[in-house]
Ligand binder design. Structure first.
Ligand SMILES: C[S@@+](CC[C@H](N)C(=O)[O-])C[C@H]1O[C@@H](n2cnc3c(N)ncnc32)[C@H](O)[C@@H]1O
Length: 253
């Protein structure tokens, strides 16, 4: 991605690999309380439709069959809430995120929805998961993987904690490949999003990072190859909304 082995990108800036997580943590610490509102404002509510596609693909059993989801970089709990609401009585979700502030907002939301028994919030690093091998039926990560400094490690960890036959699903901003939409998207991303971010959260830089980090993330085909390298099989992806977002899938077989 243009940076040397011990360097990475924080948005468009080239920084030492060891500094990235701290910078990312500052971003989410700063925006945690306004995070959910900002998602609606920035995407015009579209993030809900994208998350619905992810949850439909997770397809938790409606019966009483036990189903354990691990939602990595799960932040304020959106994916976990949707999956347990879509699944049967024995569907359980674990939200794992590195940022205590995001998790605290998530725990408050779970309590307000009466979902505290079926959703557990735990602090952890996607690169080094605090879970035993083969414990989960499905591992999801939504708008999280591009923030993780060593993506290969996070993919290897997702693979390790999945049961055989389990599925990995990753929803992430991607590369717009629709003529016309690409220019509009470029303008909206670089002109509007940092301004909205500044107005709502007081932190323009956090949202400048967001749009830059999206541009630096590997293209869908290249990311699919990374998922395959981690050991997943039947890897596929689906582009949504003209490629603004991609949903990648891989199975542990
Ligand atoms: C854009 S938010 C996505 C939150 C949620 N998945 C959603 O879709 O609303 C990105 C999340 O990634 C988390 N994160 C960043 N680096 C991480 C890491 N190494 N391990 C676990 N979580 C991480 C951040 O704390 C933040 O909550």
């Amino acid at each position: 991605m243009g940076a040397s082995r011990d360097e990475t990108h924080f948005g468009y800036q080239s920084i030492p690999l060891g500094e990235k997580q701290g910078r990312v943590d500052d971003v989410f610490h700063s925006v945690a309380r306004r995070y959910d509102l900002m998602n609606d404002l920035m995407s015009g509510g579209l993030h809900r439709a994208w998350k619905d596609v992810l949850v439909t693909t997770v397809n938790p059993p409606k019966s009483g069959k036990p189903f354990a989801l691990l939602d990595l970089a799960g932040g304020t709990g959106d994916i976990a809430f949707r999956v347990v609401e879509a699944g049967g009585p024995n569907t359980h979700a674990t939200v794992c995120d590195i940022n205590a502030e995001m998790l605290a907002v998530g725990e408050e939301r779970a309590a307000a929805r009466g979902l505290d028994a079926s959703v557990t919030f735990e602090q952890g690093n996607a690169e080094e998961l605090p879970y035993a091998d083969k414990g989960f039926d499905c591992v999801t990560i939504a708008f999280g993987i591009r923030n993780v400094p060593r993506i290969e490690r996070a993919l290897a960890e997702a693979y390790r904690v999945l049961k055989i036959g389990g599925r990995f699903l990753c929803l992430e901003f991607s590369a717009v490949d629709m003529p016309g939409l690409d220019r509009l998207y470029e303008f909206y991303s670089f002109e509007a999003i940092p301004r909205i971010g500044e107005m709502v959260t007081g932190d323009r830089e956090a949202y400048q990072y967001l749009v830059e980090s999206i541009r630096k993330f590997p293209k869908p085909k290249a990311f699919a190859a990374m998922i395959e390298t981690a050991g997943f099989r039947r890897v596929s992806y689906r582009q949504l909304t003209g490629g603004i977002v991609a949903l990648h899938s891989g199975w542990k077989l």
